[in-house]
Design a protein around this ligand. Structure first.
Ligand SMILES: Cc1ncc(COP(=O)(O)O)c(C=O)c1O
Length: 419
């Protein structure tokens, strides 16, 4: 993997850096997988694969952002909010309308009771919500249980805080963890466990038994459950069942979500955290000194659609089910056998059967080969894994289907024709 060398963290200090130990930004970059073995800062795999897609004119199924517009009524509500004069700082915790909409959403969809005053905070995307939550909890020496592969932010923020991740592998091909591994990961040092459900990158949904075990262990070790549910409305085989619903969970769970994926507006940067009052208070304190507040007019626009649109979530799912089926049947047509995604807008496939034809040795090699010869770009799943478990996933490629169906059909036709 190549990267852009922008800095040399291990080199002698030149601007007041302490050369004896890594600077906080270096811990963050390392935790997010942005340092290569020589300590060079490199670009993210997403940037790298996006550049590859651009150079080769490929369809970019690497990065997880939609190539279609948000619902027209939400855009119209944003325009209205701008004309209504919402141009100044929003309250740190978020505009009341959005906090109330989040509380109503949690009650109507999941039967979870959260007080919009004190149990909900609006953030600049789930990214800021996760970051503020982790920074509010972690002390140097703490441990955070995570499940690999996982979104890169988790490791970055945990390391920045001086804590460490304890990774548990989700074992392919079903991407389910061994319960003994889960138990072994918890210790008196465990401060938090991060669950991402539905799961990026594997497209799986956490089973009830798995969530139950996490609640039991978090209770035994007095750990906070931090649940990243940005794909909560992309669940294909039944309603999303948040871990906070399980008996004993709500009092120790911070739930994070955002408008980005659900409303095809990843650039709006509107997200939220809900949970027990004492934990949300900590998130609020940290978040005050991160973004202060998320974009005021966009908060109003998201509030207007989060609970009201009749049939919106059903239509969203129907559209995504069609996109998913186009991608998955294309992969089958190319001789692959991907597990059917249960959630999110990602599919993963073991691509090892195609190595002989392509003359490559792993999914990363195949991703480059496809970019050059087929015009399709995916992301190797190993990019979401620390060095310890990387080998488990070297044959797996992630493809995003948050693209227009005609784009997906074209990409898959090219793929099928190439084998
Ligand atoms: C699992 C997961 N969590 C969080 C995020 C970031 O969400 P947001 O754009 O709301 O910050 C993403 C975005 O890809 C994601 O996949």
């Amino acid at each position: 993997m190549t990267g852009t060398a922008q800095n040399r963290p291990n080199a002698a200090a030149s601007s007041g850096e302490d050369s004896r130990r890594p600077a906080p930004w270096q811990r963050m970059a390392a935790g997010g997988g942005l340092l290569d073995p020589s300590g060079q800062l490199r670009s993210t795999v997403f940037e790298e694969m996006t550049a590859l897609a651009r150079r080769t004119g490929s369809v970019n199924l690497g990065q997880g952002f939609p190539d279609f517009n948000p619902p027209a009524e939400m855009v119209a509500a944003a325009v209205d909010a701008l004309h209504a004069g919402h141009h100044q700082y929003a309250p740190i915790v978020g505009v009341p309308a959005l906090r109330e909409a989040v509380a109503t959403h949690q009650r109507e969809h999941y039967g979870l009771d959260v007080d919009p005053d004190g149990q909900v905070i609006v953030c600049a995307g789930a990214t800021e919500g996760m970051t503020a939550a982790l920074l509010s909890l972690l002390q140097p020496g703490d441990e955070v249980v995570v499940f690999e592969p996982h979104y890169d932010l988790y490791g970055a923020v945990v390391e920045f805080a001086g804590a460490t991740t304890v990774p548990v592998p989700l074992l392919p091909p079903a991407f389910v963890p061994d319960p003994d591994d889960v138990r072994a990961a918890f210790s008196p040092r465990t401060r938090a466990v991060i669950l991402n459900d539905p799961h990026n990158p594997t497209g799986t949904v956490a089973s009830r038994e798995f969530k139950q075990q996490l609640v039991e262990l978090a209770t035994e070790f007095n750990a906070v459950i931090l649940t990243d549910e940005v794909y909560e409305h992309l669940r294909y085989d039944g309603p999303h069942e948040p871990i906070a619903q399980l008996p004993g969970a709500a009092g120790r769970t911070l739930s994070v979500s955002s408008a980005g994926k659900t409303f095809s507006a990843t650039g709006w940067r509107v997200g939220w955290v809900s949970g027990p009052r004492d934990l949300v208070r900590g998130v609020t304190a940290v978040k005050t000194y991160l973004s202060h507040s998320a974009a005021a007019p966009l908060q109003h626009a998201v509030a207007s659609v989060l609970t009201s649109p009749t049939g919106f979530y059903e239509r969203l799912l129907e559209d995504y089910r069609e996109r998913r089926d186009v991608l998955v049947s294309g992969l089958h047509g190319a001789g692959l056998n991907p597990p059917m995604p249960e959630g999110t807008f990602f599919a993963v496939a073991d691509v090892s059967d195609l190595y002989p034809l392509a003359g490559v040795q792993d999914a990363e090699g195949l991703a480059h080969h496809w970019a050059e010869t087929v015009g399709v770009v995916g992301i190797p799943v190993s990019a979401f894994v620390g060095p310890g478990n990387r080998g488990l996933y070297s044959d797996w490629l992630r493809l995003a289907f948050c693209k227009r169906t005609d784009v997906l059909r074209g990409a898959m036709a090219g793929l099928v024709a190439s084998v």
